[in-house]
Design a protein around this ligand. Structure first.
Ligand SMILES: [Fe+2]
Length: 386
C-alpha cells in the first residue's frame, strides 16, 4: 500500500447503551458454544457485572468457564494461563470483561490460541501471530483504555519489566458491548485515570502523523465527549448521562487510535508505568500537558480547534494563543481531577531517566508524534518534572 493510502478498521459490531450487557448471550451464541470469561479477581464480581454476563450467556445456551486472575496489568503469564485453560476446557470463544487489563488479556489469549509457541516467544522474539484467532467479545466495565476497539494487547514481561504491545488486525473483537451502566460503580480515582487515558488517546490520535480526515473526526468528538463530562462523572459517579458521554468518548478514542496511532505521551507511558507500577491513565494525564507544550509549534492549529470547541479561548484568538489556552485547560482539568502536575510527585528519579528514555525510543507511539522528539528532548522533558 502506498503512503497516501489508508485503511480504517473497527470491531465487527459496537453495541452501545445502558443495559447493553444483557445482549452478550445472544451475540456470543453467533460465535460459539462455550465461552471463557477472562476477568479480574474482584470488581466484576462485586458489581454484579460477572453475574449479568453469565446469566445472559446461560440463557442463550452458551456454557461458561471463568478465568478470574487478571490484576491491574496484563502479563505474559496471565495470557499463557488463560490460553491453556481455554484449550483444556475446549472453549470456542473468549469474553474479556473488565478494564483494559482483562480485555487485553482476552485479546492476546484469543489471538495466540492457535499458536504452538509460548506467548513469551511472540513477545520477546517478535514471532508473528498465527493467521487465525479465536473469536472474542469485549465487555468493558471502565471507560478509558478503549481496548474493546483496538487490535493491540499491551503486556508486561514480568521478568524484564518491559511493557509493549503485540498487535494484529485479526485481533479486533467480533463485538464490543459498551454498557455505561457498568461504569457507574467505578471509584473516583479509577474514573479520573481511565477517563484521562481516553482524553489523552483522543488528543494524541487527533494530532498523530497517521491521522486521516476519518480518524480526526472521531478523535475530535471523542475529546469533546470526555472533556465535557469527565469532571461530572468524577464528582458524581451515579450521573449516567456523564458516564454515557465518557463511555462514548473512550470507545471512539479507541477506534481512532487503532487506526491513527498515538504520540509521545504513550511512548513514555509504557516504560514509566512498568518501572514504577503506576496506573497507566494517571501517567498519561501527567505527561499530556508536557507533550502538548512540546508539540505547540507543529500542532497549534489542531489544539486551537479543540480549545474553540471547548469554549476555553476567546473567539478571535490566534491559533498560537488558542493552543496555549488548550494547554492551560488540560492542566486545570488534571488539577480538578486530583492528578499531579509532575512525574516527580509520583516517584520519578533522575537516575532512571536514561533507562526510561532507552525504552521510549523504539516506541511506535513516539514515531507517530507530530513532531520528532530526539533523545535529548525526551530526557529534558522528564528532567523538567523532577
Ligand atoms: Fe492509553
Amino acid at each position: 500500500m502506498s503512503q497516501n493510502q489508508s485503511i480504517f478498521r473497527t470491531p465487527g459490531e459496537v453495541h452501545f447503551g445502558a443495559g447493553a450487557v444483557a445482549s452478550v448471550g445472544r451475540i456470543a451464541k453467533t460465535w460459539g458454544e462455550r465461552a471463557l470469561i477472562i476477568t479480574g479477581a474482584r470488581s466484576a464480581k462485586t458489581t454484579g457485572a460477572l453475574d449479568a454476563v453469565c446469566q445472559s450467556l446461560k440463557a442463550a445456551g452458551v456454557s461458561v468457564v471463568i478465568y478470574d486472575k487478571v490484576g491491574h496489568e496484563p502479563t505474559i503469564r496471565l495470557v499463557e494461563e488463560a490460553r491453556a485453560l481455554a484449550r483444556s476446557e475446549q472453549c470456542d470463544l473468549m469474553i474479556g470483561l473488565g478494564g483494559g487489563s482483562p480485555i487485553d488479556t482476552a485479546k492476546c489469549a484469543a489471538g495466540l490460541f492457535y499458536s504452538p509457541e509460548p506467548v513469551a516467544s511472540h513477545f520477546r522474539d517478535g514471532l508473528e501471530p498465527p493467521d487465525r484467532a479465536l473469536p472474542w467479545i469485549a465487555v468493558p466495565t471502565t471507560a478509558g483504555a478503549g481496548a474493546e476497539a483496538t487490535p493491540n494487547s499491551v503486556l508486561i514481561d514480568e521478568e524484564t519489566k518491559i511493557k509493549q504491545s503485540l498487535r494484529s488486525w485479526r485481533w479486533l473483537a467480533k463485538a464490543a458491548i459498551v454498557d455505561p451502566q457498568l461504569t457507574v460503580s467505578c471509584p473516583p480515582t479509577v474514573t479520573a485515570y481511565s477517563g484521562m487515558d481516553a482524553f489523552t488517546q483522543a488528543v494524541e490520535s487527533y494530532v498523530s502523523r497517521h491521522a486521516t480526515p476519518l480518524t480526526e473526526a472521531i478523535s475530535f468528538e471523542a475529546a469533546l465527549q470526555v472533556a465535557k463530562a469527565l469532571p461530572r462523572a468524577y464528582e458524581n459517579g451515579a450521573d449516567l448521562e456523564a458516564r454515557t458521554a465518557v463511555a462514548w468518548g473512550a470507545t471512539m478514542a479507541g477506534i481512532a487510535l487503532a487506526n491513527a496511532r498515538l504520540g509521545a505521551v504513550h511512548g513514555f507511558a509504557h516504560p514509566v508505568g512498568a518501572f514504577y507500577s503506576l496506573p497507566h491513565g494517571m501517567v498519561c494525564a501527567i505527561l499530556l500537558p508536557w507533550v502538548i507544550e512540546y508539540n505547540l509549534d507543529v500542532a497549534a492549529p489542531k489544539y486551537a480547534r479543540l480549545a474553540r470547541a471547548l469554549d476555553v479561548t476567546a473567539p478571535a484568538s490566534s491559533d498560537e494563543c488558542a493552543a496555549r489556552d488548550f494547554l492551560a485547560y488540560v492542566r486545570e482539568l488534571n488539577a480538578r481531577l486530583g492528578i499531579p502536575a509532575k512525574l516527580g510527585e509520583v516517584g520519578l528519579e533522575r537516575d532512571r531517566i536514561d533507562e526510561i528514555v532507552k525504552h521510549t525510543l523504539p516506541s511506535g507511539s513516539l514515531a507517530a508524534n507530530p513532531k520528532d522528539v530526539p533523545e535529548e528532548d525526551l530526557k529534558a522533558m522528564l528532567a523538567a518534572q523532577l
